[in-house]
Design a protein around this ligand. Structure first.
Ligand SMILES: [Zn+2]
Length: 114
């Protein structure tokens, strides 16, 4: 199991979505047949850490509505690339997770506080 801390189930579900999308991206774009390449594995570990340290935890809204953009620039770029590639495929591949749009906040820097 990656990381050293257990995630709240709510965040674990987000992590699962990120993992699936990263795997799709890595398979299609990097041609990885099994598992993840080093770059994607590194990104995934980073994404998990961001959830572990998210100050909102289980009260967290979807990342799309989150007022805090906690990814550093190069990871944010990577997240955008993964979202663009895997996002449109999610409703077909994993319908129950697709609606989460968990990385929307990274794609759209202008968000409104609720
Ligand atoms: Zn990859």
């Amino acid at each position: 199991m990656e990381g050293n801390k257990k995630l709240h189930p709510r965040l674990e579900r987000e992590y699962k979505t990120i993992r699936l999308m990263t795997a799709m991206y890595c398979h299609d774009v990097h041609g990885t047949s099994e598992g993840l390449c080093r770059e994607c594995d590194d990104f995934l570990n980073y994404a998990r850490k961001r959830l572990v340290f998210c100050k909102f935890q289980e009260n967290k809204t979807s990342c799309g509505k989150c007022p805090v953009h906690c990814y550093k620039p190069e990871k944010r770029e990577m997240a955008i690339r993964i979202m663009r590639h895997s996002g449109p495929k999610m409703p077909f591949a994993h319908p129950w997770l697709a609606f989460l749009h968990l990385l929307d906040g990274i794609k759209k820097p202008k968000t409104t506080l609720r």
